[in-house]
Design a protein around this ligand. Sequence first.
Ligand SMILES: NC(=O)c1ccc[n+]([C@@H]2O[C@H](COP(=O)([O-])OP(=O)(O)OC[C@H]3O[C@@H](n4cnc5c(N)ncnc54)[C@H](OP(=O)(O)O)[C@@H]3O)[C@@H](O)[C@H]2O)c1
Length: 409
Amino acid sequence: MHSDSSATVPSSISSHNNLVSKTVPPVKLNPRNQTPVTVVPVTVALLGGTGLSGRHTFSILHEHPSFTVKAIIGSEASANIPYIETWKKKESALESHHERLGYVPQPPPPHRPVHGENLPVPMTIQTFLQSFSPSTIRYVISTVAPSLGHIESTLSSLNFTVITISPANRSPANTFVLEHKIPRSPLRVYASPNCVACGVAPVLSAICNNAAPKQTVTHVTITTIQSLTGRGDSPYPSSLCINNILPVGQIEETETYLKSELSGLFSSSSSDPPEFDVRCYRGGALRGHVIDLRVSLSDQQPRQAKLTASTVVSWLESFDPLSSYHASASFSSFHFTGSSPPILVSPSPTGVLQSSVTGMQIVVSNVDVSDSGCIRCTIVVDNLMKGAAGAAVQIMEYVEFHDHLRPKN
Ligand SMILES: NC(=O)c1ccc[n+]([C@@H]2O[C@H](COP(=O)([O-])OP(=O)(O)OC[C@H]3O[C@@H](n4cnc5c(N)ncnc54)[C@H](OP(=O)(O)O)[C@@H]3O)[C@@H](O)[C@H]2O)c1
């Protein structure tokens, strides 16, 4: 909640698949006499805002009633060039690169976002540091490659609050998904885990919570087939992916990230932490990572009823740890934190359409329990929303609307 006691009520919000499709500036009401008071939007900078995840982050924020993007930071290549020009050029490059898969370009933002200011012109980090300080920018959302982690470190050492989806500065102490672990004290760098971990963690959390205290998760096996947009504006050569499956583990660190981040997330919830086996592949889909998840529990008690798929489905469908924020959703403009449950269980035996996986909800299908008691399911997570832009905005909303976490500068 805000430290002042007045309420912020977006005057019109419509959502599709947990995505806010149209918003107008909030009307903030004085709780004593219900008269409108002025809202000053919270200032945000996007480090890597010209990249694919950065553009998706901007798309959310330019319609957000509580936040405004004051600065977009890119490389020398996009500095001082109008944002829309770079946006269209990069989307058109992705369209021609992924021509055979029918990539649909992300539409550019309007010239004037919801708070009525002109679009910022992208700048280098040097220009940003000359022009802004933590007193003029409350949050920096970072969507840069791991090799640029030193920029995040510089920003945090200068007292900026950084929210990152990049692997560079993740550690068990600062990496979380809100459905499973919520920070108790303010951090300089809040890190969202790898996009696959963003999809796995809610399912694993639902299973851990319901199996406890009788059983614990002992072993987790993850196999992924990740979509091509997971490589942003630097996609793999199509020839590697379109007719074949590319074993990611041979050329990227994804398997290592996933194993260590999920171990960090789930080791504190049990005295006997689960073991994780991870194999990752990339295949010819544009959006939405497919995850095959297998979860083994500790031995069943002799008189315990055998676990069934329908029990597991009920665990997943009732998992809604952010439901207590539903009230604050209308009270404090929480757009992502509490609008609908994080897991949608699909009854379809043939999986889900790619078009159904564009939001904050992960879709789980093919739930079953093997004869040996292993829970198996297929998860599809929107790598660009739940796994990247939406996760960053959700964390920022959570931090901003909780007094004990909000930066004091
Ligand atoms: N794509 C996904 O699905 C996804 C999901 C979760 C997490 N992530 C993570 O998000 C990060 C970015 O991924 P992406 O796919 O969005 O990559 P991307 O499309 O290649 O974007 C990279 C961004 O970094 C900027 N950049 C490059 N050099 C820079 C410099 N010296 N100073 C400042 N900015 C610089 C680029 O600016 P220019 O435009 O000027 O080159 C661009 O804005 C990665 O760490 C990735 O692991 C991606």
